[in-house]
Design a protein around this ligand. Sequence first.
Ligand code: PMT
Length: 484
Amino acid sequence: MGCKLNYTLPRRQALGSCFYSPRLQLVGVLTWFWPVDTAGAAKIAASQHNHWCSVPYGEVLEVDSGRVDNPPMSTSSHSPSRIVLGVTGGIAAYKAAELVRRLRARHAEVQVVMTEAACQFVTPLTFQALSGRAVRTSLWDAASEAAMGHIELARWADQVLIAPASADILARLASGRADDLLTTLCLATKAPVSVAPAMNHQMWAHPATQSNVNVLRARGVRVLGPASGDQACGEDGPGRMWEALDLAAALFPAVAAGPLTGKKVVISAGPTREPLDPVRFISNRSSGKMGFAVAAAARDAGAEVTLIAGPVTLCTPPGIQRVNVETAEQMYRAVHEAVVGAHVYIGAAAVADYQPAACAHQKMKKTSEHLELHLQRAPDILSSVAALEQPPFTVGFAAETNDVERYARDKLTRKRLDMIAANEVGVDRAFDRDDNALLVLWAGGRRELALQSKDQLAREFIAVVGERYQLTRHPVVTLVPQAS
Ligand code: PMT
């Protein structure tokens, strides 16, 4: 697209010092953005077409002092993705500058919204220079509101990403506050909201933060990270913001064609409930978190995902078609309807092995000391999919308390699966937790995926599924020329 950025900056400012101490290792940042003071505000002029392009890494920008105007908001259906990037107060705010560059490299329009605390760490002018848009910092800025009101901005966004997301913003989002521009936007937008937490590891582990994160997850907010490692405070642990490249990839999953691009993937998740009478049922502790994370990861790998969900309280990840069921029989029917023409089936649901032989029409009465329940086998969904005439690439899960690999291999063979993901279950393991570990098995192979958040684990798992799918369903054939 024909556009030219004319950032103008007095020559003497081009090598100005950075606003952080060298301890924070901002060398990488200095190589590609220039600190600009207010007096030498950058004038950003668009081409006559008012298109805006990304600033390639390391490119020196021509700068000229003057006023900054936002380019008009694009409304065309062919416009690049429009992202509201919320930056909150935290040392990782400097990484958001790199993130803007990564997003623009994917042709996104980026509107940065900073909280008051974020402005203590990075100047709005930095983001303005990188995004090509005047940064929004306040709900009460009459000029900005006149140009585009906060509700209009909330509608404009295709996606909202808050990076870094401090403990404070997570708490304020969880409680539905609308006392600044960013929280108001998050309430007013229909666009998917993602957060990239970044904070001290003790703050991240605090039950209050974890409870806020769970509330947000349950409302469908994507939680990207945090990663583990060295922290700015000198400590070590989970709390580092994901790298800009990973965040950009999470927002634009299908840009790089993944192994599941264009593939139809059906995933089952959550428990089933087998009714005994109108008010009682047999079920298990599955929360659906693993299956939902796998569904989101498959979507991010480019797949068209149908999620068959048992009774859980989770929100549907954006971009995924969900079918709610309750019993094993209902799940069986829904799965078989969905797998017609599907390329991959992943059974992550904890389906009942047995169901009551009959369901009482009225509440059972307490008439004797003992009660005998007559149970019968529930349909085995996974085996039945694998036994289809033209089965999809069929992946099972195995929940085992002991002899994990032996029992899982037995299920892999007995149920004629392409692959199985085994997890050790028990008290404080796998079921209804935010983290998990998997041992992925296939005929003649295995891969151990370490204990980590279910979101991150699901990404690694889907990468293995994609790899094996490609190898078994689209094997590379090497043609050897015949000797004449
Ligand atoms: O939902 P979470 O709280 O996040 O917990 C995740 C999990 C522990 C439930 C998940 O990781 C998991 O292990 N899911 C499979 C649980 C299970 O039912 O395992 P199983 O070993 O009993 O069954 C083996 C496979 O057969 C599974 O793929 C299961 O979906 C399938 N099955 C089982 C019974 C049945 N009637 N029909 C089936 O299709």
